[in-house]
Design a protein around this ligand. Structure first.
Ligand SMILES: [Zn+2]
Ligand SMILES: [Zn+2]
Length: 329
């Protein structure tokens, strides 16, 4: 699978045993994208045995400690490998100050280029493979959600069909595959759709935390395959959630429903809930949107091609080092 989402931390506000602070990583065709970087991010990466030191792009939602305290360590340890490519970091204005100050005060040795991009609402990346759009959220500080969409890929090319339509193998094959119309050896027009299968839909991922409930979020993330969305409070606490500029799980589920996503993974839980109590929150969300998952640290979502169902792997503990732990009482 070449589009995976690794949930590295699911706690909001403070880290708890078994629940690190908010962070997720997308691995797509060998490229790594980190979304937020709370305390514990590195531990989860290690536990998942991921080769992460060449992260390509980091997206930060906002400048609250539970979303950025893991960042200096990530930047520092990324220098343990040689890399040619720069690291792009996207986020609100203050993020640059935080990175610059951390580098200076901690005397960080960094052997690669960091390119900071201040985020404003709208498309922030658009290349041949995918786009990333920043969504303005409403929190106690400037805050952005992100949606990443692969471009649709052209359908399969059928060379026998082209030959049967009097097209000579060669440059015309390439033109047809690029969507162009050509003239065959008999002088007839042959369009690309006559020799190609249906286009294959790109995969997508959206990341929404921290914000009060806004109806228009759903419009921005329409039809994404996987939505990771904050589930800070239980249903019934909407007033408090609004005051604190967060959401209840039923509101997250409403966004998932309105956006017609395939799966909603809840993240960023209030530390007031223990693991058992969180299950109740899951059922509240499922009353609104059935395909809700109570995401746990190190859960992995693999998004297949061609609209196949997302595969979910619960925490996979790997033997990440071979040292024996000696317990001294
Ligand atoms: Zn937070
Ligand atoms: Zn916050």
């Amino acid at each position: 699978m070449d589009f995976e989402v690794f949930v590295l931390g699911t706690s909001g506000m403070m880290p708890l045993p078994g629940r690190f602070l908010t962070s997720s990583m997308v691995r797509r065709k060998g490229e790594l994208f980190l979304f937020d970087c709370g305390e514990g991010t590195q531990v989860s990466l290690k536990m998942l045995n991921l080769k992460w030191k060449k992260i390509n792009k980091i997206f930060i939602s906002h400048m609250h400690a539970d979303h950025v305290t893991g960042l200096p360590g990530i930047l520092m340890l990324s220098s343990q490998v040689d890399r040619e490519e720069p690291l792009y970091i996207y986020g609100p204005k203050k993020l640059k100050e935080y990175i610059d100050a951390s580098r200076k005060i901690l005397d960080m040795y960094i052997n690669y280029e960091i390119i900071f991009v201040e985020v404003n609402e709208g498309i922030i990346i658009d290349n041949d493979e995918y786009s990333v759009e920043a969504i303005k959220l409403n929190h106690t500080k400037p805050c952005f959600g992100y949606v990443m969409r692969e471009k649709d890929r052209p359908g399969e090319f059928f060379p026998e069909k082209a030959i049967s339509l009097n097209i000579k193998p060669g440059p015309d094959f390439g033109r047809l595959q690029r969507g162009e119309t050509i003239i065959n050896t008999k002088g007839e027009e042959i369009t690309s759709s006559m020799v190609m299968g249906e286009s294959r839909k790109g995969r997508s991922f959206s990341y929404i935390t921290d914000t009060l409930y806004m109806k228009n979020i759903a419009k921005k993330i329409q039809n994404t395959d996987l939505l990771l969305c904050e589930g800070m409070f239980e249903a019934g606490m909407e007033e408090i959630a609004k005051e604190k500029k967060h959401m209840c799980v039923n509101q997250a589920a409403q966004i998932a429903k309105d956006a017609n996503v395939q799966i909603l993974g809840l993240i960023h839980y209030s530390p007031r809930y223990n693991d058992f109590e969180l299950k109740a929150l899951k059922y509240q969300a499922r009353e609104v949107f059935e395909n809700t998952i109570l995401t746990r640290d190190r859960m992995i979502f693999s998004i297949p091609n061609d609209g196949q169902p997302i595969e979910i792997t619960k925490e996979k503990r790997v033997n990440y080092n071979n040292t024996r732990i000696k317990i001294v009482i």
